[in-house]
Design a protein around this ligand. Structure first.
Ligand code: EPZ
Length: 427
C-alpha cells in the first residue's frame, strides 16, 4: 500500500493549476445516459472516482473514449449502445456518487435498478431525498435486497419537489430526471453549489430548458429528447481551497491558476478573517498571508454559499498553528472529525464537543506517522505535514487519489519536500 512522506517546514511558492472539479465531473458523466448522442467533457480530472464512474457507465454499455492532450483531458461518452440498467453493489459501494445514474436511467429508459450506496466513513448518507423526489415525479420505487428498483414505463411527469433539507446529490438526480419529464418541474430548496450550475449549463447545452440556475429554485420544462454537447468541467473549488490553505499554513505565496474568485464563496471571507489574502490575478487567485500571521477564526459548515464541509478538515489543519482559538462546527455530516485524533498526534490541541471542535493554536506541529481515513481528512494531514517539524508519513493514500489529481507533483513544484513511497510497508 502506498504511503506519502512529507518533510515539513518549507513555504510553498509558485503556481498550482487547478483541475476540473471531481464533484462536477461525476454528475456531468451521468448526463450521457439522457441521450443517444455523444457527450464530450473537457478538463476532466484524472482521479480514482472518475475511473469508478467510468467503470460503472461501461458496465451499463456506455462507450467511453479518453483523449489526453498536453494541456487537457477530454472524455467522450456514447450511451447509444446502452445494454444494462442495473448498477451493481460491487461498483456502487466503491463510490456513493454512482447513485447519480438513477435519475437519468429512469427518466430516459423507464427503469433502473441501483444498489443502495450504504454509508461511508463520514456518515450514514441516506438517499431518501433522491427516492422521494423521483416518486413525486411519478416513478414507482421499491427497495429490495439492498437495491432501489425504479420504474416509470410511461416516462416521468413534471411536478413540484420541495427538499426538506439541502442535498447536492438529490438536486442533481432530480434535475437530470426532470429534463425529460412530461410537463414542468419545480425543485424548491435546491442545492446551490457551483457544480450544480455547471451541470445545469451542460444540460441546457444538450437542449434542456432549465431556469433559476444558481438559485435554490430550479424550474425545468421537460423536453422530448436531449442531444449531445461539448462541455468544459468547471474548476475544482475544493482543490483550490485546499491549496490556498496549504500556502497559508506554510507561510508561502501561491497562485491558483484557472480558478474564479466567485467559486470560493464564504471560504474567501473566512480565510480573509484568518489573515489569508486571496488576490485576483488575470489567471486566477494569488494566496498569501496578509500580515505574516494566521489568526484563529470560528467556522460553521453550511450548504453553498456557506463555508463548505469539504474544506472543514483542511481549515482545521490551518487553525492548529494559528494565533488564538477556533471553534469549528460541522453541520452537514455526523462523523467528519476523523482527522482530529491524527492531528492531535502531530501536537495539535483540539477538543471535540459533539459537532464542534475547539482548536487552540500551538507554536508548532511535529511530523508523525498518520492514518488517512477519508478523502478530505487525508489532505488535512498533508497540510499539517507541510507545516510540521520533521517527517510525516501518511498511510492509505488511496483516499487522496480519489480527489486530488497529481497532488505530490503540484506540491513539490512549489517547493514542498514530498514523495510517494510504494514500499508497501505501513508505518
Ligand atoms: C456531495 O455529496 C459531495 N459529493 C460531497 O463531497 C459533499 O460533502 C456534499 O455534497 C455536501 O456538499 C459529490 O458531489 C460527489 P448531500 P452528497 O446530499 O450529494 C443528507 C467530497 O469530499 N442527505 O448534499 O452525498 C446527507 O446525509 C464529498 O468530495 C439525506 O439525509 O451530499 C448529509 O447529511 C464528500 N438524504 C446532507 O444531507 C438524502 O437523500 C448533505 O448531503 C441525501 C442527503
Amino acid at each position: 500500500m502506498d504511503r506519502i512522506r512529507i518533510r515539513g517546514g518549507r513555504p510553498l511558492t509558485g503556481q498550482i493549476k487547478i483541475s476540473g472539479a471531481k464533484n462536477a465531473a461525476l454528475p456531468l458523466m451521468a448526463t450521457c445516459l439522457l441521450t443517444d448522442d455523444e457527450v464530450r467533457l473537457e478538463n476532466v480530472p484524472d482521479l480514482a472516482d472518475i475511473t469508478t464512474m467510468t467503470n460503472l457507465l461501461t458496465h451499463l454499455g456506455v462507450e467511453v473514449t479518453t483523449r489526453q492532450s498536453l494541456k487537457d483531458r477530454s472524455v467522450i461518452f456514447s450511451a447509444r449502445g446502452l445494454s444494462e440498467t442495473t448498477a451493481p453493489y460491487d461498483l456502487v459501494r466503491k463510490m456513493r456518487a454512482s447513485v447519480l445514474v438513477l435519475g437519468p436511467l429512469v427518466a430516459r429508459h423507464g427503469v433502473a435498478k441501483v444498489s443502495l450506496p450504504g454509508g461511508c466513513a463520514i456518515g450514514t448518507r441516506p438517499v431518501d431525498l433522491h427516492i422521494k423526489g423521483l416518486q413525486q415525479l411519478g416513478a414507482e420505487i421499491d427497495l429490495d435486497s439492498g437495491y432501489i428498483l425504479a420504474r416509470a414505463p410511461g416516462g416521468l411527469t413534471g411536478g413540484e419537489v420541495t427538499f426538506p433539507k439541502v442535498s447536492v446529490g438529490a438536486t442533481e438526480n432530480l434535475l437530470m430526471a426532470a429534463t425529460l419529464a412530461k410537463g414542468e418541474t419545480d425543485l424548491i430548496n435546491a442545492a446551490r453549489e457551483p457544480e450544480i450550475a455547471d451541470l445545469a449549463n451542460c444540460l441546457n447545452a444538450m437542449g434542456a430548458k432549465i431556469e433559476g440556475i444558481g438559485s435554490d429554485h430550479l424550474h425545468i420544462v421537460g423536453v422530448e429528447r436531449l442531444h449531445g454537447c461539448t462541455h468544459r468541467v468547471v474548476a475544482d473549488r475544493i482543490e483550490a481551497g485546499t491549496y490556498a490553505m496549504a500556502a497559508a499554513i506554510t507561510g508561502g505565496e501561491v497562485e491558483l491558476v484557472g480558478l474564479h474568485h466567485d467559486l470560493i464563496g464564504a471560504a474567501a471571507a473566512t480565510l480573509a478573517q484568518a489573515g489569508v489574502s486571496l488576490i485576483e490575478t488575470p489567471d486566477g487567485l494569488l494566496v498569501r498571508r496578509a500580515n505574516g500571521v494566521v489568526s484563529g477564526v470560528d467556522v460553521m459548515t453550511e450548504p453553498f454559499p456557506g463555508f463548505p464541509t469539504d474544506l472543514q478538515a483542511q481549515m482545521m489543519a490551518l487553525m492548529t498553528t494559528a494565533e488564538g482559538a477556533s471553534m469549528i462546527t460541522e453541520t452537514i455530516f455526523e462523523n467528519r472529525f476523523m482527522h482530529v485524533p491524527e492531528l492531535t498526534r502531530m501536537g495539535a490541541s483540539i477538543n471535540v464537543h459533539g459537532s464542534s471542535a475547539m482548536v487552540r493554536g500551538v507554536k508548532k506541529l511535529t511530523g508523525a506517522p498518520v492514518m488517512a481515513t477519508d478523502l478530505r481528512a487525508s489532505v488535512s494531514l498533508v497540510l499539517a505535514g507541510l507545516a510540521a517539524e520533521g517527517d510525516t508519513y501518511l498511510n492509505r493514500v488511496y483516499h487522496l487519489d480519489r480527489g486530488y489529481e497529481k497532488l505530490t507533483a503540484k506540491l513539490s513544484n512549489c517547493g514542498a519536500e514530498i514523495e510517494r513511497l510504494s514500499d508497501g510497508a505501513a508505518e
